[in-house]
Design a protein around this ligand. Structure first.
Ligand SMILES: Cc1ncc(COP(=O)(O)O)c(C=O)c1O
Length: 492
Protein backbone atom coordinates (compact mmCIF):
# COMPACT_ATOMS: atom_id res chain seq x y z
CA UNK A 1 0.00 0.00 0.00
CA UNK A 2 1.51 3.32 -0.95
CA UNK A 3 1.01 6.48 1.03
CA UNK A 4 -1.50 8.83 -0.56
CA UNK A 5 -0.22 12.38 -0.86
CA UNK A 6 -2.37 15.32 0.11
CA UNK A 7 -3.89 16.78 -3.05
CA UNK A 8 -1.16 18.44 -5.03
CA UNK A 9 -3.57 20.57 -7.00
CA UNK A 10 -4.83 23.92 -5.99
CA UNK A 11 -7.96 25.04 -4.26
CA UNK A 12 -7.39 28.16 -6.41
CA UNK A 13 -9.91 30.96 -6.55
CA UNK A 14 -9.25 31.43 -2.85
CA UNK A 15 -9.05 35.17 -3.16
CA UNK A 16 -11.08 37.78 -4.94
CA UNK A 17 -9.38 39.76 -7.69
CA UNK A 18 -10.95 42.97 -8.97
CA UNK A 19 -10.70 43.57 -12.67
CA UNK A 20 -7.83 45.77 -13.74
CA UNK A 21 -10.00 48.84 -14.35
CA UNK A 22 -11.21 48.68 -10.75
CA UNK A 23 -7.61 48.64 -9.54
CA UNK A 24 -6.85 51.84 -11.46
CA UNK A 25 -5.66 54.87 -9.47
CA UNK A 26 -5.73 58.22 -11.34
CA UNK A 27 -2.25 59.45 -12.16
CA UNK A 28 -0.46 56.21 -11.34
CA UNK A 29 2.11 55.26 -13.97
CA UNK A 30 4.11 52.21 -14.90
CA UNK A 31 6.84 54.12 -16.71
CA UNK A 32 8.87 57.29 -16.55
CA UNK A 33 9.13 59.17 -19.78
CA UNK A 34 11.52 62.06 -20.26
CA UNK A 35 9.77 65.21 -21.43
CA UNK A 36 9.83 65.62 -25.16
CA UNK A 37 12.44 67.91 -26.74
CA UNK A 38 10.65 67.88 -30.09
CA UNK A 39 8.52 70.99 -30.63
CA UNK A 40 4.80 70.23 -30.81
CA UNK A 41 3.51 70.32 -34.37
CA UNK A 42 1.18 73.23 -34.95
CA UNK A 43 -0.24 72.03 -38.25
CA UNK A 44 -2.15 69.00 -36.89
CA UNK A 45 -5.84 68.92 -37.73
CA UNK A 46 -7.48 69.63 -34.37
CA UNK A 47 -10.46 67.48 -35.33
CA UNK A 48 -8.17 64.48 -35.31
CA UNK A 49 -6.81 65.18 -31.87
CA UNK A 50 -8.17 63.23 -28.94
CA UNK A 51 -10.19 65.49 -26.65
CA UNK A 52 -10.12 63.11 -23.70
CA UNK A 53 -7.45 60.79 -22.42
CA UNK A 54 -8.19 57.14 -23.27
CA UNK A 55 -9.90 55.28 -20.46
CA UNK A 56 -7.08 52.94 -19.68
CA UNK A 57 -6.26 51.58 -16.25
CA UNK A 58 -3.59 53.62 -14.49
CA UNK A 59 -1.27 51.33 -12.59
CA UNK A 60 2.37 50.66 -11.79
CA UNK A 61 4.24 47.81 -13.41
CA UNK A 62 4.15 45.66 -10.24
CA UNK A 63 0.39 46.29 -10.00
CA UNK A 64 -0.05 44.93 -13.52
CA UNK A 65 2.34 42.01 -13.16
CA UNK A 66 0.78 40.92 -9.88
CA UNK A 67 -2.75 41.30 -11.18
CA UNK A 68 -2.11 39.01 -14.15
CA UNK A 69 0.00 36.63 -12.11
CA UNK A 70 -2.85 36.25 -9.62
CA UNK A 71 -5.33 35.70 -12.45
CA UNK A 72 -3.05 33.00 -13.85
CA UNK A 73 -3.35 31.23 -10.48
CA UNK A 74 -7.10 31.00 -10.99
CA UNK A 75 -6.54 28.52 -13.75
CA UNK A 76 -6.34 24.88 -12.94
CA UNK A 77 -3.74 23.31 -15.18
CA UNK A 78 -1.96 20.05 -15.72
CA UNK A 79 1.09 21.72 -14.18
CA UNK A 80 -0.91 22.45 -11.01
CA UNK A 81 -2.28 18.99 -10.32
CA UNK A 82 -4.23 15.92 -11.36
CA UNK A 83 -6.67 16.73 -14.14
CA UNK A 84 -8.90 13.67 -14.63
CA UNK A 85 -11.03 15.05 -17.46
CA UNK A 86 -12.43 12.05 -19.33
CA UNK A 87 -12.26 12.16 -23.12
CA UNK A 88 -9.87 15.12 -22.99
CA UNK A 89 -6.62 13.33 -22.12
CA UNK A 90 -5.02 16.00 -19.97
CA UNK A 91 -1.61 14.38 -19.83
CA UNK A 92 1.54 16.12 -18.69
CA UNK A 93 3.30 18.19 -21.38
CA UNK A 94 7.03 17.42 -21.03
CA UNK A 95 9.32 20.45 -20.85
CA UNK A 96 11.68 18.99 -23.44
CA UNK A 97 8.91 19.61 -26.00
CA UNK A 98 9.08 23.29 -25.14
CA UNK A 99 12.88 23.39 -25.35
CA UNK A 100 12.84 21.97 -28.85
CA UNK A 101 9.95 24.17 -30.04
CA UNK A 102 11.87 27.21 -28.78
CA UNK A 103 15.00 26.43 -30.83
CA UNK A 104 15.67 29.33 -33.15
CA UNK A 105 15.50 27.25 -36.32
CA UNK A 106 11.97 26.17 -35.43
CA UNK A 107 10.67 29.20 -33.57
CA UNK A 108 11.91 31.82 -36.04
CA UNK A 109 11.26 30.05 -39.33
CA UNK A 110 8.83 31.83 -41.63
CA UNK A 111 6.48 29.84 -43.84
CA UNK A 112 7.09 32.16 -46.78
CA UNK A 113 10.84 31.62 -46.81
CA UNK A 114 12.07 29.79 -49.89
CA UNK A 115 11.67 26.04 -49.27
CA UNK A 116 15.40 25.42 -49.63
CA UNK A 117 15.99 27.51 -46.48
CA UNK A 118 13.76 25.50 -44.16
CA UNK A 119 14.60 21.95 -45.09
CA UNK A 120 14.94 21.07 -41.40
CA UNK A 121 11.36 22.08 -40.69
CA UNK A 122 10.10 20.12 -43.70
CA UNK A 123 12.19 17.13 -42.63
CA UNK A 124 10.57 17.24 -39.20
CA UNK A 125 7.12 17.31 -40.81
CA UNK A 126 7.95 14.38 -43.08
CA UNK A 127 9.23 12.38 -40.11
CA UNK A 128 6.12 13.21 -38.10
CA UNK A 129 3.89 12.18 -41.00
CA UNK A 130 5.72 8.86 -41.26
CA UNK A 131 5.61 8.21 -37.52
CA UNK A 132 1.87 8.92 -37.31
CA UNK A 133 1.15 6.75 -40.38
CA UNK A 134 3.09 3.92 -38.78
CA UNK A 135 1.38 4.33 -35.40
CA UNK A 136 -2.14 4.17 -36.85
CA UNK A 137 -1.36 1.70 -39.66
CA UNK A 138 -2.41 3.95 -42.56
CA UNK A 139 -0.55 5.19 -45.63
CA UNK A 140 -0.48 8.99 -45.80
CA UNK A 141 -0.92 11.91 -43.41
CA UNK A 142 -1.77 15.60 -43.59
CA UNK A 143 -0.60 17.78 -40.73
CA UNK A 144 -2.68 20.82 -41.70
CA UNK A 145 -5.83 20.60 -39.51
CA UNK A 146 -5.72 22.69 -36.35
CA UNK A 147 -7.82 20.52 -34.01
CA UNK A 148 -9.58 17.19 -33.74
CA UNK A 149 -12.89 18.48 -35.07
CA UNK A 150 -11.03 20.22 -37.90
CA UNK A 151 -9.42 16.86 -38.70
CA UNK A 152 -12.87 15.28 -38.79
CA UNK A 153 -13.93 17.89 -41.33
CA UNK A 154 -10.81 17.25 -43.41
CA UNK A 155 -11.26 13.47 -43.33
CA UNK A 156 -14.94 13.56 -44.25
CA UNK A 157 -14.22 16.08 -47.01
CA UNK A 158 -11.69 13.59 -48.44
CA UNK A 159 -14.29 10.79 -48.33
CA UNK A 160 -16.81 13.00 -50.07
CA UNK A 161 -14.28 14.08 -52.72
CA UNK A 162 -13.27 10.46 -53.36
CA UNK A 163 -16.86 9.33 -53.82
CA UNK A 164 -17.77 12.32 -55.97
CA UNK A 165 -14.68 11.64 -58.12
CA UNK A 166 -16.01 8.19 -58.97
CA UNK A 167 -19.55 9.44 -59.58
CA UNK A 168 -20.88 7.95 -56.35
CA UNK A 169 -21.86 11.00 -54.25
CA UNK A 170 -23.71 9.79 -51.16
CA UNK A 171 -25.87 11.50 -48.55
CA UNK A 172 -25.60 9.77 -45.19
CA UNK A 173 -23.07 9.14 -42.42
CA UNK A 174 -23.68 6.55 -39.71
CA UNK A 175 -22.77 7.73 -36.20
CA UNK A 176 -23.06 5.61 -33.03
CA UNK A 177 -25.08 7.26 -30.26
CA UNK A 178 -22.05 7.29 -27.96
CA UNK A 179 -20.14 9.55 -30.39
CA UNK A 180 -18.52 12.81 -29.37
CA UNK A 181 -20.78 15.70 -30.38
CA UNK A 182 -18.26 16.90 -32.94
CA UNK A 183 -18.84 13.77 -35.08
CA UNK A 184 -22.48 14.39 -36.09
CA UNK A 185 -21.78 18.13 -36.23
CA UNK A 186 -18.93 17.57 -38.69
CA UNK A 187 -21.04 15.26 -40.83
CA UNK A 188 -23.73 17.94 -41.06
CA UNK A 189 -21.19 20.66 -41.90
CA UNK A 190 -19.92 18.41 -44.70
CA UNK A 191 -23.46 18.24 -46.09
CA UNK A 192 -24.46 14.78 -44.84
CA UNK A 193 -27.49 13.60 -42.93
CA UNK A 194 -26.57 11.60 -39.85
CA UNK A 195 -28.07 8.25 -38.93
CA UNK A 196 -27.70 7.47 -35.23
CA UNK A 197 -26.82 3.88 -34.37
CA UNK A 198 -27.66 2.49 -30.92
CA UNK A 199 -25.00 0.74 -28.87
CA UNK A 200 -25.66 -2.66 -27.36
CA UNK A 201 -26.19 -3.13 -23.60
CA UNK A 202 -22.44 -3.78 -23.38
CA UNK A 203 -21.76 -0.25 -24.67
CA UNK A 204 -20.38 -1.54 -27.99
CA UNK A 205 -21.51 -1.14 -31.58
CA UNK A 206 -22.71 -4.42 -33.06
CA UNK A 207 -22.32 -5.55 -36.68
CA UNK A 208 -26.01 -6.34 -37.22
CA UNK A 209 -26.94 -2.75 -36.30
CA UNK A 210 -24.52 -1.43 -38.93
CA UNK A 211 -25.66 -3.96 -41.52
CA UNK A 212 -29.31 -2.93 -41.01
CA UNK A 213 -28.43 0.74 -41.53
CA UNK A 214 -26.25 0.26 -44.63
CA UNK A 215 -27.61 1.25 -48.02
CA UNK A 216 -26.25 2.81 -51.20
CA UNK A 217 -26.57 6.32 -49.75
CA UNK A 218 -24.28 5.65 -46.80
CA UNK A 219 -20.97 7.39 -47.43
CA UNK A 220 -19.43 5.95 -44.32
CA UNK A 221 -19.41 5.27 -40.62
CA UNK A 222 -17.80 7.61 -38.08
CA UNK A 223 -16.70 5.69 -35.06
CA UNK A 224 -14.58 6.59 -32.07
CA UNK A 225 -12.16 3.83 -31.19
CA UNK A 226 -11.86 3.05 -28.33
CA UNK A 227 -15.28 4.55 -27.89
CA UNK A 228 -16.26 7.46 -25.68
CA UNK A 229 -17.30 5.08 -22.92
CA UNK A 230 -13.69 3.92 -22.76
CA UNK A 231 -14.38 0.51 -24.30
CA UNK A 232 -12.56 -1.27 -27.10
CA UNK A 233 -14.89 -1.67 -30.09
CA UNK A 234 -14.39 -5.42 -30.40
CA UNK A 235 -16.49 -5.90 -33.53
CA UNK A 236 -14.65 -3.39 -35.69
CA UNK A 237 -13.15 -5.84 -38.22
CA UNK A 238 -16.61 -7.20 -39.05
CA UNK A 239 -18.20 -3.74 -38.97
CA UNK A 240 -15.55 -2.31 -41.33
CA UNK A 241 -16.11 -5.17 -43.72
CA UNK A 242 -19.85 -4.48 -43.80
CA UNK A 243 -19.28 -0.77 -44.50
CA UNK A 244 -16.68 -1.49 -47.19
CA UNK A 245 -18.92 -4.08 -48.85
CA UNK A 246 -21.63 -1.42 -49.04
CA UNK A 247 -19.23 1.01 -50.77
CA UNK A 248 -18.63 3.21 -47.71
CA UNK A 249 -15.53 4.33 -45.80
CA UNK A 250 -14.88 3.97 -42.11
CA UNK A 251 -13.87 7.20 -40.39
CA UNK A 252 -12.09 6.54 -37.10
CA UNK A 253 -12.19 9.31 -34.54
CA UNK A 254 -8.68 8.95 -33.13
CA UNK A 255 -9.12 11.22 -30.12
CA UNK A 256 -8.56 8.16 -27.93
CA UNK A 257 -5.45 6.92 -29.69
CA UNK A 258 -3.59 7.18 -26.39
CA UNK A 259 -5.29 3.89 -25.50
CA UNK A 260 -3.91 2.12 -28.58
CA UNK A 261 -0.62 3.61 -29.70
CA UNK A 262 2.22 1.14 -29.84
CA UNK A 263 -0.15 -1.75 -29.12
CA UNK A 264 -2.87 -1.86 -31.79
CA UNK A 265 -3.26 -0.07 -35.13
CA UNK A 266 -6.68 1.19 -36.23
CA UNK A 267 -5.71 0.73 -39.89
CA UNK A 268 -5.19 -2.99 -39.26
CA UNK A 269 -8.80 -3.49 -38.20
CA UNK A 270 -10.22 -1.73 -41.26
CA UNK A 271 -10.41 1.99 -40.45
CA UNK A 272 -9.74 4.07 -43.60
CA UNK A 273 -9.35 7.60 -42.25
CA UNK A 274 -8.46 8.83 -38.78
CA UNK A 275 -7.72 12.14 -37.16
CA UNK A 276 -5.24 12.27 -34.32
CA UNK A 277 -5.45 14.88 -31.56
CA UNK A 278 -1.79 15.71 -31.00
CA UNK A 279 -2.88 17.76 -27.99
CA UNK A 280 -4.15 14.61 -26.36
CA UNK A 281 -2.16 11.56 -27.33
CA UNK A 282 1.12 13.26 -28.15
CA UNK A 283 1.45 15.52 -25.11
CA UNK A 284 1.13 18.92 -26.77
CA UNK A 285 -0.76 21.69 -24.98
CA UNK A 286 -4.53 21.83 -25.44
CA UNK A 287 -5.82 24.89 -27.11
CA UNK A 288 -9.50 25.81 -27.29
CA UNK A 289 -10.48 24.22 -30.60
CA UNK A 290 -7.81 25.88 -32.75
CA UNK A 291 -4.22 26.22 -31.70
CA UNK A 292 -3.77 22.47 -31.45
CA UNK A 293 -3.25 20.02 -34.26
CA UNK A 294 -5.46 17.29 -35.67
CA UNK A 295 -3.45 15.49 -38.37
CA UNK A 296 -5.42 13.10 -40.55
CA UNK A 297 -4.14 9.73 -41.71
CA UNK A 298 -5.69 7.96 -44.71
CA UNK A 299 -5.46 4.83 -46.77
CA UNK A 300 -3.61 5.13 -50.09
CA UNK A 301 -6.80 5.40 -52.13
CA UNK A 302 -7.73 8.62 -50.30
CA UNK A 303 -4.24 10.15 -50.49
CA UNK A 304 -4.85 12.20 -53.69
CA UNK A 305 -7.64 14.08 -51.91
CA UNK A 306 -5.60 15.29 -48.91
CA UNK A 307 -5.18 19.05 -48.47
CA UNK A 308 -2.44 20.66 -50.47
CA UNK A 309 0.41 21.35 -50.60
CA UNK A 310 1.98 18.06 -49.65
CA UNK A 311 5.70 17.69 -49.06
CA UNK A 312 7.30 15.95 -52.04
CA UNK A 313 10.06 13.62 -50.88
CA UNK A 314 13.46 13.71 -52.58
CA UNK A 315 16.97 14.97 -52.07
CA UNK A 316 15.42 18.39 -51.63
CA UNK A 317 12.05 18.44 -49.87
CA UNK A 318 9.61 20.51 -51.86
CA UNK A 319 6.04 21.70 -51.54
CA UNK A 320 3.84 20.09 -54.17
CA UNK A 321 0.79 22.18 -55.06
CA UNK A 322 0.00 20.23 -58.21
CA UNK A 323 -2.69 18.08 -56.67
CA UNK A 324 -5.75 18.31 -58.91
CA UNK A 325 -7.95 16.06 -56.75
CA UNK A 326 -7.04 17.74 -53.45
CA UNK A 327 -9.83 19.16 -51.30
CA UNK A 328 -7.68 22.31 -51.15
CA UNK A 329 -6.27 24.03 -48.14
CA UNK A 330 -7.90 23.69 -44.72
CA UNK A 331 -5.46 25.89 -42.80
CA UNK A 332 -3.01 28.63 -43.55
CA UNK A 333 0.52 27.51 -44.39
CA UNK A 334 1.39 24.13 -42.82
CA UNK A 335 -0.89 24.02 -39.80
CA UNK A 336 0.31 24.82 -36.29
CA UNK A 337 3.97 24.10 -36.78
CA UNK A 338 4.98 24.72 -33.15
CA UNK A 339 2.55 22.01 -32.05
CA UNK A 340 3.96 19.61 -34.63
CA UNK A 341 7.46 20.17 -33.26
CA UNK A 342 6.28 19.26 -29.76
CA UNK A 343 4.58 16.05 -30.91
CA UNK A 344 7.63 15.04 -32.97
CA UNK A 345 9.81 15.61 -29.90
CA UNK A 346 7.56 13.44 -27.73
CA UNK A 347 7.61 10.59 -30.24
CA UNK A 348 11.38 10.83 -30.75
CA UNK A 349 12.01 11.10 -27.04
CA UNK A 350 10.15 7.99 -25.91
CA UNK A 351 10.23 5.99 -29.16
CA UNK A 352 8.09 2.95 -30.02
CA UNK A 353 8.64 1.13 -26.70
CA UNK A 354 7.85 4.34 -24.80
CA UNK A 355 4.60 4.83 -26.72
CA UNK A 356 3.59 1.28 -25.94
CA UNK A 357 4.44 1.72 -22.27
CA UNK A 358 2.47 4.98 -22.12
CA UNK A 359 -0.57 3.18 -23.54
CA UNK A 360 -0.29 0.27 -21.14
CA UNK A 361 0.09 2.61 -18.17
CA UNK A 362 -2.89 4.74 -19.25
CA UNK A 363 -5.06 1.61 -19.42
CA UNK A 364 -3.67 0.26 -16.15
CA UNK A 365 -4.31 3.55 -14.36
CA UNK A 366 -7.89 3.73 -15.65
CA UNK A 367 -8.58 0.19 -14.50
CA UNK A 368 -7.02 0.94 -11.11
CA UNK A 369 -9.39 3.89 -10.75
CA UNK A 370 -12.30 1.68 -11.90
CA UNK A 371 -11.52 -0.97 -9.29
CA UNK A 372 -10.87 1.46 -6.41
CA UNK A 373 -13.76 3.83 -7.07
CA UNK A 374 -16.08 0.92 -7.75
CA UNK A 375 -16.01 0.44 -3.95
CA UNK A 376 -18.19 3.52 -3.46
CA UNK A 377 -19.45 4.62 -6.88
CA UNK A 378 -21.50 2.77 -9.48
CA UNK A 379 -19.43 1.80 -12.53
CA UNK A 380 -21.42 2.20 -15.76
CA UNK A 381 -20.05 -0.92 -17.49
CA UNK A 382 -18.73 -3.68 -15.32
CA UNK A 383 -15.97 -4.73 -17.64
CA UNK A 384 -12.29 -3.82 -17.97
CA UNK A 385 -11.95 -0.43 -19.60
CA UNK A 386 -9.34 1.15 -21.80
CA UNK A 387 -7.92 4.57 -20.91
CA UNK A 388 -10.98 6.02 -19.16
CA UNK A 389 -13.80 4.81 -16.96
CA UNK A 390 -17.38 5.98 -16.62
CA UNK A 391 -18.97 6.08 -13.15
CA UNK A 392 -22.37 7.38 -12.14
CA UNK A 393 -24.01 8.94 -9.07
CA UNK A 394 -26.43 6.00 -8.69
CA UNK A 395 -25.22 5.12 -5.17
CA UNK A 396 -25.34 8.74 -4.02
CA UNK A 397 -28.71 9.72 -5.45
CA UNK A 398 -30.65 8.22 -2.54
CA UNK A 399 -29.03 10.94 -0.40
CA UNK A 400 -30.13 13.66 -2.81
CA UNK A 401 -26.61 14.07 -4.19
CA UNK A 402 -26.01 14.21 -7.93
CA UNK A 403 -23.04 14.04 -10.30
CA UNK A 404 -22.67 17.84 -10.36
CA UNK A 405 -22.43 17.97 -6.55
CA UNK A 406 -19.70 15.34 -6.52
CA UNK A 407 -17.77 17.23 -9.20
CA UNK A 408 -18.07 20.54 -7.35
CA UNK A 409 -16.98 19.01 -4.05
CA UNK A 410 -13.80 17.76 -5.72
CA UNK A 411 -12.80 21.40 -6.21
CA UNK A 412 -12.76 21.79 -2.42
CA UNK A 413 -10.42 18.83 -2.23
CA UNK A 414 -7.96 20.40 -4.67
CA UNK A 415 -8.74 18.39 -7.78
CA UNK A 416 -10.08 19.40 -11.14
CA UNK A 417 -13.47 17.66 -11.58
CA UNK A 418 -13.74 14.85 -14.11
CA UNK A 419 -15.92 15.18 -17.20
CA UNK A 420 -19.56 15.06 -16.14
CA UNK A 421 -22.84 14.21 -17.89
CA UNK A 422 -20.88 12.91 -20.90
CA UNK A 423 -21.12 10.56 -22.71
CA UNK A 424 -24.84 11.20 -23.05
CA UNK A 425 -25.63 7.49 -23.32
CA UNK A 426 -24.79 7.09 -19.62
CA UNK A 427 -27.18 9.14 -17.47
CA UNK A 428 -25.39 11.17 -14.79
CA UNK A 429 -21.96 10.12 -16.06
CA UNK A 430 -18.74 10.91 -14.20
CA UNK A 431 -15.95 10.16 -16.63
CA UNK A 432 -12.41 9.81 -15.32
CA UNK A 433 -9.33 9.65 -17.51
CA UNK A 434 -6.24 9.45 -15.33
CA UNK A 435 -3.68 9.20 -18.19
CA UNK A 436 -0.32 7.52 -17.84
CA UNK A 437 1.46 10.53 -16.44
CA UNK A 438 0.08 10.16 -12.89
CA UNK A 439 1.87 8.27 -10.13
CA UNK A 440 0.22 5.70 -7.88
CA UNK A 441 0.40 8.21 -5.00
CA UNK A 442 -1.43 10.82 -7.04
CA UNK A 443 -4.11 8.32 -8.02
CA UNK A 444 -4.47 7.22 -4.40
CA UNK A 445 -4.94 10.83 -3.30
CA UNK A 446 -7.72 11.22 -5.83
CA UNK A 447 -9.31 7.93 -4.80
CA UNK A 448 -9.15 8.99 -1.14
CA UNK A 449 -10.85 12.30 -1.97
CA UNK A 450 -13.59 10.51 -3.91
CA UNK A 451 -14.18 8.04 -1.05
CA UNK A 452 -14.40 10.95 1.37
CA UNK A 453 -16.98 12.55 -0.88
CA UNK A 454 -18.99 9.32 -1.02
CA UNK A 455 -18.96 9.21 2.82
CA UNK A 456 -19.97 12.87 3.03
CA UNK A 457 -22.85 12.21 0.65
CA UNK A 458 -24.30 9.75 3.15
CA UNK A 459 -23.51 11.73 6.31
CA UNK A 460 -23.87 15.37 5.32
CA UNK A 461 -25.28 15.77 1.80
CA UNK A 462 -25.55 19.56 2.21
CA UNK A 463 -21.76 19.69 2.14
CA UNK A 464 -21.97 18.46 -1.44
CA UNK A 465 -25.09 20.18 -2.67
CA UNK A 466 -23.62 23.53 -1.56
CA UNK A 467 -20.10 22.85 -2.86
CA UNK A 468 -17.64 24.25 -3.67
CA UNK A 469 -16.94 26.06 -0.40
CA UNK A 470 -13.21 26.81 -0.74
CA UNK A 471 -13.30 29.28 -3.67
CA UNK A 472 -14.55 32.80 -3.06
CA UNK A 473 -17.08 32.23 -5.79
CA UNK A 474 -19.24 29.22 -5.01
CA UNK A 475 -21.41 27.47 -7.54
CA UNK A 476 -21.61 29.55 -10.66
CA UNK A 477 -24.53 29.70 -13.06
CA UNK A 478 -22.69 27.96 -15.89
CA UNK A 479 -25.59 28.23 -18.32
CA UNK A 480 -25.86 32.00 -17.88
CA UNK A 481 -22.07 32.29 -18.13
CA UNK A 482 -22.13 30.47 -21.46
CA UNK A 483 -25.30 32.03 -22.88
CA UNK A 484 -25.11 35.59 -21.55
CA UNK A 485 -21.44 36.35 -20.99
CA UNK A 486 -20.75 39.90 -19.82
CA UNK A 487 -17.60 40.75 -21.69
CA UNK A 488 -17.66 44.57 -21.41
CA UNK A 489 -16.65 46.69 -18.49
CA UNK A 490 -19.19 49.43 -17.78
CA UNK A 491 -17.32 52.48 -16.55
CA UNK A 492 -18.98 54.00 -13.49
C1 LIG B 1 -13.80 11.60 -29.13
C2 LIG B 1 -13.49 13.02 -29.53
N1 LIG B 1 -13.59 13.38 -30.83
C3 LIG B 1 -13.31 14.63 -31.23
C4 LIG B 1 -12.93 15.61 -30.35
C5 LIG B 1 -12.69 16.99 -30.86
O1 LIG B 1 -11.35 17.36 -30.75
P1 LIG B 1 -10.90 18.89 -30.66
O2 LIG B 1 -11.36 19.38 -29.30
O3 LIG B 1 -9.42 18.87 -30.77
O4 LIG B 1 -11.57 19.63 -31.77
C6 LIG B 1 -12.82 15.29 -28.99
C7 LIG B 1 -12.45 16.32 -28.01
O5 LIG B 1 -12.61 16.18 -26.82
C8 LIG B 1 -13.09 13.95 -28.56
O6 LIG B 1 -12.98 13.59 -27.28
Amino acid sequence: MTRAFPPSGTTGLAHEEPIIFERSVPGRRGWLQPSSDIPAADDLDGALLRQQAPRLPELTEPDVVRHYHRLSQWNYSIDAGFYPLGSCTMKYNPRVNEDVAAMTGFAQVHPQQPGATFQGALQLMVELEDALAEIVGLDAVTLQPAAGAHGEYTGLACIRAAQVACGDARTKILVPESAHGTNPATAVICGYQTVTLPAGPDGLLHPEVVAAAMDDQVAGLMITHPNTIGLYERHLPEICEIVHRGGGFVYGDGANLNALMGVARPGDVGIDVMHINLHKTFSTPHGGGGPGAGPVAVRAELEPFLPRPIIRRGELLELDWDRPLSIGKVRSFFGNFGVLVRAWTYIREIGGPGLEQATRLAVLNANYIRARLGESFAVAFDTPCMHEVVLTDRNQREHGVATMDIAKRLIDKGFHPPTVYFPLVVPHAIMVEPTESESLQELDSFVAAMHEIAAEAAENPALLTGAPHAPVRGRLDEVAAAKQPRLRYDFP
